[in-house]
Design a protein around this ligand. Structure first.
Ligand code: AGP
Length: 609
């Protein structure tokens, strides 16, 4: 969703701001803008891509040593130039991520105080509120702090004023914001990837922090106004990790990066001879040893990973597990279990629904919390007692791919740890599981080699309006994930069902225009699945089966089969069966000519409820 970049330097900051915005494009946005202070405020805003903002800045020869920039994903007010950030009031300008819940009340108060509004946004109230206090104190930090104290909701804000041409003030609550530290130059951003070309040294702001940033100084104050030290981190990410390289799309690159991403994620485990709770934190043995159930809270693809894990946990670790859609959890009356392990799963670590669900779980006295997350120092990792970092690297494509398979890897390790702590694993099983994990990246590489066959299927999908995905058992969530991927990037309507449910309703949809994509591992349900497939064929449905090599389903005119190398892959089978579905949606989207990495209406990090 929205992105923030700000800079104060001795050099021209315009290229830094524009490159930062370009690097935040993946988050999803519909307009972009910046303000530079060069004598007075110079503002440029543009609907659409950062490229058009860049062209406008070049045409207007904008340059200066301090500025703030923003990509906006419309919430309050349409994606128009007047609604694009920065918003100005008097001689100051503001960029904002998040949502101000009391904006209507503030708007009428500010109108009463004589301010007029030029946009429909909630952000504009922040600009005027800071200006109101600035008129009294003539101090940007003081005014920002006072205004921030009156904001309800979530915000990360950057503020500059033409009266203070070497001073950048920022504040955060509920939305992420970090400070990038350079040499005689400093930066702010909502996401570290925006700053990687200029610095890897970052300081994450905490809830309620306000910071005053100059060329040579960074002063951070907590919500109570005390000056505080926030630790400096060296980001493990490098500027080129978020580059496309030889690939056509980030999604394609990220699908192909999966063997590497899994190798990195599993490194902590496969280098060992034994399963160890410490993979999840130094005090994990104590916390995990006391839990008697697992509750997952997650959204979208991360929710599907949670669903897979519930099957693993009940079968292998013998512990009750259930997965909740995070956006629903806090609005229903649930029965809290103080001994449950609350597991949040998130690529970004900043999904507002998941964060709110975690806080709700804690407020119900459930404090044994773990997050499985791809972003160190994200809001979720900081809010959880235990953490497991997936090492997928930056995921730029809106459609989650490598984040999903690495989440599954982390969840499988959690399953093994809980199984061991509960006395459910023999030493031989322990060795067997670790051996299987060691060979997973290679097997995944072999599945990627099936891409030409998957691509050939995709040609048949381009003219379809609907598709049905079937799976059984632990592969049902993989069918859900396949359907989500297809609808998300190709805009083909897709539904997923456990194959046994077909006859209870969805079979009515099946005809020759409904492709039925089926996951067919050679597990204990294969006989029943084959019967379900006969039900489809008997109604004229065309089958696309992704099968284990030894499953014994043969190709015919209306039955298309792609066989994974070898036989059944045991508990790790869902990870391998996911990849052809990712490739299928990617190639179907190419056939349809959609914007693969930035599908319409979607954002990468969903930071609003
Ligand atoms: C996946 O392809 C989607 N873009 C989306 O469902 C995503 O998984 C969801 O928004 C959760 O995001 P998170 O993992 O960053 O919390």
């Amino acid at each position: 969703m929205c992105g923030i970049v700000g800079a104060v330097a001795q050099r021209n900051v315009v290229p830094i701001l524009l490159e930062g915005l370009r690097r935040l494009e993946y988050r999803g946005y519909d307009s972009a803008g910046l303000v530079i202070i060069n004598g007075g405020l110079q503002r440029v805003r543009s609907i659409g891509r950062v490229a058009s903002l860049t062209a406008d800045c070049a045409a207007q020869q904008v340059h200066g040593h301090i500025g703030i920039a923003h990509t906006r994903w419309a919430t309050h007010g349409a994606p128009t130039e007047s609604n694009a950030h920065p918003h100005v009031s008097g001689g100051l300008a503001v960029v904002h991520n998040g949502i101000i819940e009391n904006h209507e009340e503030l708007r009428s108060r500010l109108k009463g105080a004589g301010f007029s509004f030029a946009s429909e946004t909630d952000t504009e109230v922040i600009a005027h509120l800071i200006e109101l206090y600035y008129r009294q104190s003539k101090d940007l930090l003081d005014a920002t702090r006072k205004a921030a104290a009156e904001l309800e909701g979530a915000y990360a804000i950057g503020v500059v004023s033409e009266d203070s041409p070497n001073r950048l003030v920022c504040a955060r609550k509920g939305s992420p914001l970090l400070i990038g530290l350079g040499i005689e130059e400093n930066f702010i951003a909502s996401d570290v990837s925006a700053l990687l070309p200029v610095t890897q040294r970052v300081m994450y702001l905490e809830e309620g922090d306000v910071a005053d940033i100059g060329l040579l100084s960074v002063n951070v104050f907590d919500a109570a106004g005390n000056k505080v030290d926030r630790s400096v981190h060296i980001s493990e990410l490098s500027a080129d990790m978020a580059e496309l390289g030889n690939y056509r799309h980030f999604m394609q690159k990220e699908i192909h990066e999966q063997p590497r991403a899994l190798t990195d994620t599993l490194l902590i485990a496969v280098a060992q001879d034994h399963i160890q709770p410490e993979w999840f934190g130094f005090d994990a043995a104590e916390i995990l040893g006391k839990v008697d159930a697992v509750t997952f809270l997650a959204c979208g693809t991360s929710f599907h990973a949670a669903k897979v894990a519930t099957y693993w946990l009940e079968e292998i670790a013998g512990i009750p597990a259930h997965a909740e859609v995070a956006s629903e959890y806090r609005y229903r009356t649930s029965v809290p279990n103080p001994n449950a392990l609350i597991v949040t799963i998130s690529q970004s670590g900043e999904t507002a629904d998941t964060l709110a669900a975690l806080n709700h779980a804690k407020s119900l006295g459930q404090d044994k919390t773990l997050t499985i997350c791809n972003v160190p120092e994200s809001a979720l990792t900081r809010a959880s007692r235990l953490k497991f970092l997936t090492r997928a690297g930056p995921e730029i494509g809106v459609a989650s791919t490598k984040a999903f398979t690495t989440q599954l890897a982390g969840l499988f390790l959690l399953t093994l740890v809980l199984a061991k702590l509960r006395g459910r694993l023999t030493p031989a099983q322990e060795v067997e599981h670790l051996t299987a994990l060691r060979s997973l990246p290679n097997k995944l590489q072999q599945v990627l080699a099936l891409e030409p066959e998957v691509e050939a299927w995709s040609h048949r999908f381009a003219n379809k309006n609907h598709a049905l995905f079937l799976g059984r058992g632990v592969h049902y969530p993989i069918a859900l994930e396949g359907a989500l991927k297809l609808k998300e990037i190709s805009y083909i309507h897709a539904e997923a069902y456990p194959a046994g449910e077909l006859k209870h309703g969805p079979l009515a949809l099946v005809d020759e225009d409904m492709p039925v994509i089926t996951i067919a591992p050679n597990d204990q349900l294969i006989g029943k699945l084959k019967s379900n497939l006969q039900e489809v064929r008997a109604r004229g449905g065309e089958l696309y089966v992704i099968a284990d090599g030894d499953v014994g389903i043969e190709e015919s005119e209306f039955v298309h089969v792609i066989k994974l190398p070898g036989g059944h892959n045991g508990a790790l089978s869902p990870i391998l069966h996911t990849v052809p579905l990712q490739m299928l949606s990617y190639h179907a989207a190419l056939q349809k000519g959609t914007d693969v990495d930035k599908p319409r209406n979607l954002a990468k990090s969903v930071t609003v409820e």
